[in-house]
Design a protein around this ligand. Structure first.
Ligand SMILES: [Zn+2]
Length: 111
């Protein structure tokens, strides 16, 4: 008889260690709390806590940042370059998290 393996997987969202549940195909992440359903090695579906809220937050922040960048840029010669740079950097972080999260939409829809 083959020994029972304590199977461990990594969370598709944050790479944290995910643990098996009563449903053998479903693993829950110990770090972010996401649930992932697998078919063998293939990810089939996910439940990510606060998924839609986070997307809304990011979209709202992105609009705010665009407005702040435009307002600062309109100041022309007296614009604060350091502040503009940090606004642009934050906007890049917001956009990349948004884009990263939207890759999971298809799995969220299948949950
Ligand atoms: Zn996770």
């Amino acid at each position: 008889m083959a020994p029972i393996e304590m199977e461990e997987r990594h969370c598709p969202l944050c790479k944290g260690v995910s643990y098996p549940t009563e449903d053998a195909a479903v693993f829950v992440c110990g770090r972010c709390g996401s649930s992932a359903r697998f078919d063998d090695q293939a990810l089939m579906a996910m439940d990510i806590p606060r998924y839609h809220l986070r997307l809304e937050e990011l979209a709202r922040r992105e609009r705010e940042l665009v407005a702040l960048i435009e307002a600062e840029s309109r100041r022309g010669a007296v614009r604060d370059m350091a502040s503009l740079r940090s606004l642009h950097e934050e906007r890049q972080r917001v956009l990349s998290e948004y884009s990263f999260l939207t890759h999971f939409q298809q799995f969220i829809d299948r949950w």
